[in-house]
Design a protein. Structure first.
Length: 570
């Protein structure tokens, strides 16, 4: 027994040394702070966000916009992206060491870059663009000015989002491993512990919450020191934990966590590199149902059956603790930040068959890693192999009275599963409409999906007979509507001689504007659309003084188009 214990402890120490060596491999000092102010963070790599991990650093800009942003190292601008949400205005720089840095939520670019981007937007007649300049066009030295900081795209306050990626794979690397001057001597804070019966799906239960108390710097144990007695021989844990930097009260994400049973490693996750193709698997990493219904994040210390990411260390149990006897077993949880500050939680567990409960659930089920199909009289839904993270019990209801309350609704309101069940891949939803429509009307159908507090609208594709379909990425309610109402456009002032900009806020009955186009005397105008609701144009040489015809065309998701023209004076 003593030999086995020594072997297990040696394995744990070896694994820790491997982790330390991995951290040491990142080049320190190669990249500089992209701002000329002290580097303070509002968010770090791996922080938990809605449907994704945060993939970089959010650098504070002292609650200001238009601070100069500089190239973090020698290289060239490889990509420029402008979009209404997401990164807003962003620059990607490729570096000779095989890495790429990203700078997002920017305002204006440096003058030469800004002029080139404007020319490309007018060539493409699109404000939203993704451009790839020739490598020789914008060569940069470390510290060259590239842009001004801002608050564009999905940003909710002034800051610079900064990422480091592998150029070849575009996998994001944790920038905190590159030696930036950010003081961190504070170990992670352990907030709550959740326990699960893993003879059942995690979506068929609520976690048993267990109180924690801090006993020293980085040291925690249970509020009740006695062994946790369980009536199931398979359990797993999830942890609520945050990290802090020295001198900061802003909570950040943790870097790694692992769980050991009787000093044998059961599972570990490390947030050092994540691909954007995998970032939605954050919904498997957390207890999605608990977060949706209650609020706080719990991070699983075991990998869900439908999780195919590589953030977890592969072990035979994948973090599900097997209690094969009634002995008392020790559990140790270790949590680290990127600076390798350590917090630990130690406690005991014991299996007691007298506490077992009968939890059999009958009825149809959907399973991870397989195609699932549900069919009702006038409703069908199909998953892919990668839709689910764990088994779910199918729940369906059709409310046939709801379409009578709206003249535009043409199907019952179908409820399939709950918004608290995450969907990784798109699901295909098919509905049967209540009465036949002409082919023209069939081309004006949308399906509305309400999932919790969010509403999604997608154009429906005609199927066989009176069926229509659309794809969604969440469960909830689904209903078809005939949308023949075109969007509306606010009229500009006729005299624009004192105006500095034009602003349009088109409205739609389903709040979905698919496209917007503005022209002056038949020539396209570059209206910006940051954050997606308002289209704005700042007067420049493209709109000279004098009499002009201004024309705006707007299309909604159903394909209804509104075009209006005005005679204006500039």
């Amino acid at each position: 027994m003593m030999t086995m214990l020594k072997s297990c402890l040696a394995g744990c120490l070896l694994f820790s040394a491997t982790l330390q060596a991995q951290v040491a491999n990142y080049p320190k000092g190669y990249f500089r702070n992209p701002l000329n102010i002290p580097m303070q963070l509002v968010a770090n790599f791996g922080e938990l966000r809605t449907n994704h991990w945060h993939m970089g650093l959010d650098i504070r800009t002292q609650q200001k916009e238009n601070l100069p942003v500089y190239a973090a190292a020698d290289g060239y601008i490889a990509r420029i992206k402008i979009e209404p949400f997401g990164f807003g205005r962003a620059i990607y720089i490729n570096h000779p060491n095989g890495l790429t840095t990203l700078y997002a939520h920017l305002n204006d670019f440096a003058p030469a870059i800004e002029q080139w981007v404007k020319e490309q937007q007018y060539k493409q007649q699109s404000w939203a663009v993704e451009l790839t300049p020739p490598p020789s066009l914008f060569k940069l030295a470390k510290g060259d000015f590239i842009a001004y900081s801002g608050n564009t795209g999905g940003s909710q306050g002034p800051h610079v989002h900064f990422e480091i990626r592998e150029t070849a794979t575009e996998k994001c690397l944790n920038p905190l491993l590159f030696g930036f001057p950010i003081a961190d001597a504070v170990p992670p804070s352990l907030v709550r512990l959740g326990m699960y019966d893993r003879n059942r799906s995690v979506y068929a239960q609520s976690p048993q919450l267990i109180g924690l108390r801090k006993t020293g710097t980085g040291l925690y144990n249970l509020v009740k020191a006695a062994p946790i007695k369980v009536g199931t021989d398979r359990i797993s844990f999830a942890l609520g934990a945050v990290d802090y930097f020295t001198g900061s009260t802003n909570p950040n994400g943790i870097y790694s966590a692992r769980i050991l049973l009787d000093n044998v490693l059961q599972s570990e996750f490390i947030l050092d590199t994540i691909s954007y193709n995998d970032t939605r698997y954050m919904n498997a990493h957390i207890d999605y149902r608990y977060e949706a219904l209650v609020g706080p994040y719990l991070q699983h210390l075991s990998r869900m059956p439908g999780d195919i990411t590589n953030i977890y260390t592969v072990t035979p149990t994948e973090g599900v603790l097997q209690l094969n006897d009634t002995a008392v077993h020790t559990v140790r949880i270790e949590v680290r930040d990127a600076a390798q500050n350590l917090s630990t939680l130690n406690f005991d567990v014991q299996y007691d068959a007298r506490l077992a409960r009968t939890t059999a659930v009958t009825g149809e089920k959907w399973y991870p890693q397989q195609v699932n199909v549900f069919e009702a009289t006038d409703f069908e839904v199909f998953s892919t192999e990668n839709t689910l993270y764990d088994t779910v019990n199918v729940a369906y209801n059709a409310n046939t009275a709801t379409y009578a309350s709206s003249s535009a609704s043409i199907s019952p309101l179908h409820t399939f599963l709950q918004p608290s069940i995450p969907s990784h891949d798109n699901i295909t939803v098919r509905l049967k409409i209540t009465s036949p429509l002409s082919s023209e009307a069939m081309d004006r159908i949308v399906i509305k999906n309400v999932s919790g507090s969010r509403t999604y609208v997608a154009k429906a594709l005609p199927q066989r007979g009176d069926w229509v379909s659309a794809k969604f990425r969440q469960f909830g309610t689904f209903q078809a509507f005939l949308d023949t109402i075109p969007p509306t456009i606010n009229a500009p002032q006729a005299d624009l001689s004192r105006a500095t900009r034009l602003v349009f806020t088109p409205k739609d009955n389903f709040n979905e504007i698919k496209s917007f186009r503005a022209e002056v005397d038949g020539q396209w105008l570059r209206f910006t659309n940051d954050k997606g609701k308002v289209w704005s144009y700042k007067f420049d040489e493209k709109f000279p003084a004098g009499q002009h015809e201004l024309k705006v065309t707007v299309e909604d998701e159903a394909g209804n188009v509104t075009t209006q023209s005005w005679q204006v004076t500039r």
